[in-house]
Design a protein around this ligand. Structure first.
Ligand code: PGA
Length: 252
């Protein structure tokens, strides 16, 4: 079923103590919400996963990692496996984020392997795609997204694909304060949904949640989420403030 989702991406922010305090405040704010419709996810650093998971109400908040190894286990010093993440109780993992692509040279093939490893351990990948500014200015942004999806995801079978959440994050909008316009977001989300429709059929494309990410904040979340193909957001900076994050959760 297609769900409304607001996922925080804390990135490399918050000590353990700060992270627990932030999670506690989000949990507190959500406590009085009756019939919470929105799936709320906190994407924390690895070291927070287990303790944040224990602190929050699991019927209101789910936990996500921000990366995982493409390898299942073994001699890979410093890496964290999908199985380890799943063992903390986390249910999601952000994969293919543009910061991983740009700074850690993750290409579509590596991301594809990570997606498959994550699915093997029953984690839901939040698969990020997005073009850089030059690509949009050259008018090749649709081709860029098509390739990221085709290589990153489209060799999955229907059953595996139905475990995926997609986040469209134009790189030029991430952390810049300049968000995509609601029209730009809708146009790309529809393009993505049409690609899924062609590959996996109507039912799966209708059921897939496609999130927008990139300078999404309380002041613009409503107009972005109002679009028919925008099912919520992946939130960086604004997820570090409990009140702002809560306000975005209430922007549908
Ligand atoms: P931002 O980051 O909200 O700070 O732009 C979004 C993301 O990178 O997921």
């Amino acid at each position: 079923m297609r769900r409304k989702i607001v996922a925080g991406n804390w990135k490399m922010n918050n000590t353990l103590k700060e992270g627990l305090e932030l999670a506690r405040r989000v949990n507190e704010l959500l406590k009085n919400d009756q019939d919470q419709e929105v799936v709320v996810i906190l994407g924390t650093p690895f070291i927070h996963l287990s303790e944040v998971g224990k602190l929050v109400d699991p019927s209101k908040i789910s936990i996500s990692a921000q990366n995982c190894s493409a390898e299942p286990r073994g001699a890979f010093t410093g890496e964290i496996s999908a199985e380890m993440i799943a063992s903390t109780g986390a249910r999601y993992v952000i994969l293919g984020h543009s910061e991983r692509r740009a700074y850690y040279h993750e290409d579509d093939q590596v991301i594809n392997r990570k997606v498959k490893t994550a699915l093997e351990y029953k984690l839901h990948p939040v698969f990020c795609c997005g073009e850089i500014l030059d690509q949009r200015e050259e008018n090749i942004h649709f081709d860029v997204i098509r390739k990221q999806l085709e290589v990153g995801l489209f060799d999955l079978n229907q059953d595996a694909f139905s475990g995926i959440i997609i986040a469209y994050e134009p790189v030029w909008a991430i952390g810049t304060g300049v968000n995509a316009t609601p029209e730009q977001a809708q146009e790309m989300h529809k393009f993505i949904r049409d690609l899924i429709n062609k590959k996996y059929g109507k039912e799966i494309s209708t059921d897939t949640s496609i999130l927008y990410g990139g300078s999404c904040k309380p002041s613009n979340a409503k107009e972005l989420f109002h679009n028919p193909d925008v099912d919520g957001g992946l939130i960086g900076g604004a997820s570090l403030k409990a009140d702002d994050f809560y306000s975005i959760i209430h922007s549908f």
